[in-house]
Design a protein around this ligand. Sequence first.
Ligand code: ABU
Length: 500
Amino acid sequence: PYLFCSSLDLLPALSGEESTKCFFQELVNILLNYVSASFRRNSKVLDFHHPHQLKEGLEGFRLELPDQPENLEQLLVDCRDTLKYGIKTGHPRFFNQLSSGLDVIGLAGEWLTSTANTNMFTYEVSPVFILMEEVLLRKMQEIVGWSEEMGDGIFCPGGTISNLYSVHLARYYFFPEVKTKGMTDLPRLTLFTSAHSHYSVKKSAAVLGIGSENVVVVKCDDRGRMIPAELEYSIITAKDKGCVPIYVNATAGTTVYGAFDPIRVIADICERHRLWLHVDAAWGGGLLMSKRHRMKLEGIERAWSVTWNPHKMMGAPLQCSAILVKKKGLLQECNQLCAEYLFQTDKHYDTSYDTGDKTIQCGRHVDVFKLWLMWKAKGLEGFGSQVNKCLENAEYLFNKIKQRPDFELVFNSKPEHSNVCFWYIPPSLRNMPPGPERNRRLHEVAPKIKAQMMENGMTMIGYQPLGDKVNFFRCVISNPATQTEDVDFLLEEIARIGQD
Ligand code: ABU
């Protein structure tokens, strides 16, 4: 009978308890069916429709908002349809993004977080979550290699914002007057990042009024790693031109190649020139959890700030991203504005736990509980094994591609992370000599295969051009549900679609 009810019959309505329970039970069934389907290999990853088709209202699924309330039965149908036309990012054959997987404990954490529905700005409304954040940040700092006396940080919305914090802090560290006076009296600041780094460094420069043209893009080797000698040369050249270098971003796990910049050597250069060293380990940070792979981030302990996204390699549900800062108190100093309606100094508890004034936001979502719960469930060792398995699967893919004449690797050495970059070579191009015509035709292959792949809906992988390389596939494995049979399936699906 609840099916004919509206939301007004649910709690807080008097005697709304029973209908609320029924409504949630139905909803949980929908979610559980979705979770189970996400792990079933014979279920589709996606049921693709073009935007105009979805907007037209498929099978009665209407996106437009009504003037009159709709009943609960309709809302449950809408919930089911929302999932039906979405993408199963937890499916073992979803290889499209750095963040994938469906961690059941993480999902439970997210449900609880939404149920608690609170804000991270003050201890008074988030006592438990604020302390969990402190515990997580300390643990992550310890893993990075910072001692007890060092380390601060905050969870914030995604790697780009974490990187924005790093530039914001670096500028404040060298020119604290910027907080009140703005850029008026500042010299021309210069930032350095590699050609393969994430676009967020340039975006940060644009947002902060430094200007994207004042980001020097440092050359990489053929594996996508920053060349330290090029960095030092760029710093000296910038100084000679009268610019003021302040910041270097080293990437631990580049977005496309999964490359690790040589942090230790870059740290030496930063020390020589007294520059802020940031390590963008949004993607590669997860490897710190693995005894086998953490040496790829050797030198990270020398960073002044670190971006680390547990929603990528550690499989936490989106979003979960931290900016770690070596110098205690700097975040607070740089960002605090002491709004008296929120951060009263005469509260009856230790107000250093009102961490909201460290951030550039006011309201802040609770991103920590799911990670805290996952950490309890897996421990450091569990995360380590999860990371190892993903990298083993990537190596399996790499070896498979090496053996096949219909695929070509973008670079021939073993991947450092779980990114494997490759072209599919259709029969008509296999005997064609290298050159502009082959490149022109090869550039069209990946988008065509991807389009058909999305229509079929059984797997999903990304592609992009990079530098002088025409469109190629990038397979990333961060989903612990993925097995070698899924990797085999991906290659077969590409080869099947890619026949001329
Ligand atoms: N830098 C955000 C992640 C991009 C990706 O999933 O490929």
